[in-house]
Ligand binder design. Structure first.
Ligand SMILES: Cc1ncc(COP(=O)(O)O)c(C=O)c1O
Length: 475
């Protein structure tokens, strides 16, 4: 396997030489108007980059909501300063309430793969809304999205929609335990599977960012059956199977880690997990909440050619509205109530608005050239950042696959969370604030992946690389 970048844990052939036309270059008059408006505001505000209104709003928010936010990483704790408060988003851009404009590489933490506030998605939502916002009863849109998901994701023969990735992971865990009649699971250090009790052991994302190895309030009993291993270490997994013979219900992993920064798996690791689970009557679960429809249309499982027993999804399949899903082999899924005895339910599950946004987002992703385009711009972006870092004398490593990328301020290679933790997080924080001032919004933590979208233009990428060159020279 060819390494894409020296000293990087990305060991898959990438298709930088493939070119494709930007699949979505249509710009509505609305976007042009907003951009024209905002860039004049930004031209002004760039001269004196100020976050005065954001600061005021966040100070009020801290009195109203814990830490001022409704999800911890948004609070900027690991990069310092206060978060920017967002007013609007469109395409690859977002604007804060002070009028500053940013090229956005967070994409609402993944869903915005066709760009923010896409005109077609908004129009479809407006049509659906005329019929109501929630039925709490079967609707045709559920069938449409279910068929799209089933035909796209190799492991999924039946699917259950829920309202978040956390819910999807909770459901899939109960299902794996119900199907196997076993309780123990293996998860990997730095992998995040939502905030349910059994998964808050050596978890990534906000748990890693805030330096909380576990969370108070999680009863010991809830995590007693959760075994952990370093990512990409099959020998540890073998030992765990050996010492817990016949007791392991499932192995769950992010097939490409995004919640400890971007860490790709080795193909050998994935093959070995598939084999060891099969040999031991355990289930293999790919948590594709982040990688589903991002690493490729059929997710990481299609990209790597490894089919798990069960899969979780979220983010992209809701096109920016709250959604999650779990699915897998029919014989397993038929255990879910009311087809079977494993209980799981949801008032707003299969909500017509989330289904609509998901359907139209997936339709766009089906257009020819989409993943080639993501691959091309993301490759250019990460190569540009790495080159700029090296030119300025920084230890830096990174990688990408199609619409997902990341870099660490360490030489690498980064194969697991311990390797990732060698990154100079103080340097990342300075880099982060510098990029923000340059109009680039990255995930506010070293331990989160970045995302590109079909709305990111080659000019956006070049502008980002120039900003990185400038900031890296100052560190
Ligand atoms: C891999 C993975 N699983 C589960 C979740 C939880 O999803 P949610 O935040 O929608 O609950 C996330 C969230 O980022 C995730 O990245």
């Amino acid at each position: 396997m060819a390494a894409a970048f020296a000293g990087v844990g990305l060991s898959y052939p990438v298709k930088l030489s493939q070119t494709s036309n930007h699949p979505r270059r249509r710009r509505s008059p609305l976007i042009i108007r907003i951009n024209a408006l905002s860039s004049s505001v930004v031209e002004e505000s760039k001269k004196t980059y100020t976050l005065k209104k954001s600061e005021e709003a966040f100070n009020s928010a801290k009195e109203l909501m814990p830490g001022g936010v409704n999800s911890p990483v948004r609070a900027f704790k690991s990069v310092g300063g206060q978060p920017i408060v967002i007013d609007s988003v469109k395409g690859s851009r977002m604007w804060d309430i002070d009028g500053n404009e940013y090229i956005d590489y967070v994409g609402s933490w993944g869903p915005a793969i066709i760009g923010h506030a896409d005109d077609e998605v908004l129009a479809a939502l407006a049509e659906t809304m005329k019929k109501g916002t929630s039925f709490g009863a079967p609707c045709l849109l559920e069938n449409v999205l279910a068929e799209m998901v089933i035909s796209a994701v190799p492991s999924i023969e039946m699917v259950r929609f829920v309202n978040s990735g956390t819910e999807a992971c909770m459901g899939v865990l109960r299902l794996a335990r119900a199907f196997t009649g076993r309780e123990k699971i293996i998860k990997f250090e730095g992998c995040y599977h939502g905030h349910a009790d059994p998964f808050l052991v050596k978890a990534g994302s906000g748990v890693a960012t805030l330096g909380l190895p576990d969370s108070p309030g999680v009863p010991k009993a809830a995590t007693l059956e959760t075994l952990t291993s370093p990512y990409n270490s099959i020998s540890t997994v073998e030992n765990l199977f050996e010492s817990n013979k016949g007791e392991i219900a499932a192995v769950i992993l992010e097939p490409v880690v995004g919640n400890a920064g971007f860490i790709p798996p080795t193909l050998d690791f994935l093959h070995a997990l598939r084999k060891i689970t099969q040999d031991n009557g355990s289930l293999l679960i790919f948590d594709e909440v982040m990688t589903g429809f991002r690493i490729s249309y059929g997710g990481a499982q299609e990209y790597f050619g490894i089919t798990p027993d069960l899969t979780t999804l979220g983010k992209i399949i809701g096109g920016g509205l709250p959604v999650g899903a779990y699915g897998g082999r029919r014989e397993i899924m038929e255990m879910v109530a009311p087809a079977g005895p494993m209980y799981q339910a949801g008032t707003l599950s299969g909500n017509p608005l989330a289904m609509t946004a998901g359907i139209h987002t997936l339709k766009r992703l089906q257009e020819p050239g989409t993943y080639d385009y993501l691959n091309k711009i993301t490759g250019e972006l990460i190569q540009g950042i790495l080159d700029a870092g090296k030119k300025s004398g920084h230890a830096i490593s990174g990688g990408y696959i199609n619409g997902m990328f990341g870099f660490f301020f360490t030489e690498g290679p980064v194969y697991n969370f311990d390797d990732a933790k060698k990154s100079d997080t103080a340097k990342f924080a300075k880099f982060y604030r510098g990029m923000l001032e340059q109009g680039v919004y990255l995930a506010p933590s070293q331990f989160e992946a970045g995302f590109t979208s079909l709305a990111h233009s080659p000019e956006d990428i070049q502008q980002t690389i120039s900003a990185a060159e400038k900031v890296l020279q100052t560190l």
